[in-house]
Design a protein around this ligand. Structure first.
Ligand code: MN
Length: 254
């Protein structure tokens, strides 16, 4: 099995190394990851500057490892650079910090996996629910078990798995459950500050406000200490009962 490992926390992030160590026994691991922090860069791709892949040594058993100046989605696209055969599996992570609800829209980790799904590769994104004192071991073991299972069990087209693992030791961690995305709105307080030259600048300091943490959501699962596995599809078409937009275009145009 050919496995591409990428992330958005950067090539030297500890979660990436743990993932490489856990997945290396399954096949040939190639790492292509951003050279620096790319969290919350979403699904951007690089069109207006050269993309570089610099071979690097990482302290983990990857066949090849490259740092790129691109985004997480670029990293997935670069998997087939120089006529490399396509990966059988793309795994993004292990991210420091949960990716729940609408965070998948901002997450570089989720976007790298989504790009994999769009390219026709099996893909999963995996995150632990903490930014400090992260416990990566159980998440890495789960990624390996899930990756093994995915060799036999396919995913529907254009779909990836968004996995969130509570930051707990193995003995405190519950089983894996299938979930849907909840809602994790941010109270986007935009802090205005002044630089030493007297010019103003802004800094996001939003706090998450969990507005849909109902049973069955990814948020409720991780709150209960369970591993949340959400199948995510790129289709953002409005799903309603029908007729919600009839009045919008009534009499407009010719
Ligand atoms: Mn990140």
């Amino acid at each position: 099995m050919r496995i591409l490992i990428t992330n958005d926390d950067g090539i030297y992030a500890p979660g990436l190394r743990e993932l490489v160590r856990a997945l290396a026994p399954l096949g040939e691991v190639t790492v292509i990851a951003p050279e620096r922090q790319q969290s919350a860069t979403g699904h951007g791709i690089t069109l207006h500057k050269p993309l570089r892949m610099t071979p690097v040594q990482i302290d983990a058993p990857a066949a090849e490892a490259f740092a790129t100046n691109g985004t997480p989605a670029d990293c997935t696209i670069l998997a087939t650079a120089d006529d490399r055969p396509p990966p059988d599996l793309v795994v993004a992570g292990i991210n420091m910090g949960a990716n729940l609800g609408e965070e998948v829209l901002y997450s570089g980790t989720a976007s790298a996996a989504m790009e994999g799904a769009l390219q026709g590769f099996k893909a999963l994104a995996i995150s632990v629910t903490a930014y400090e004192s992260c416990i990566f071991g159980p998440a890495a073991d789960f990624a390996a078990a899930l990756a093994r299972r995915m060799t036999d069990v396919g995913l529907p087209p254009d779909t990836f798995l968004n996995v969130n693992v509570p930051n707990l030791c193995t003995e405190d961690l519950g089983p894996a459950v299938l979930t849907r995305l909840g809602r994790r709105r941010y109270l986007n307080s935009l802090e205005r500050r002044e630089d030493p030259r007297g010019r103003s600048y802004y800094w996001f300091s939003g706090e998450p406000l969990e507005s849909d943490a109902a049973e069955g959501t990814d948020i409720s699962a991780v709150q209960a200490g369970l591993i949340s596995v959400t199948p995510v599809h790129f289709d953002m078409n409005f799903r309603g009962v029908g007729g919600e937009f009839d009045a919008l275009l009534d009499g407009l145009g010719s």
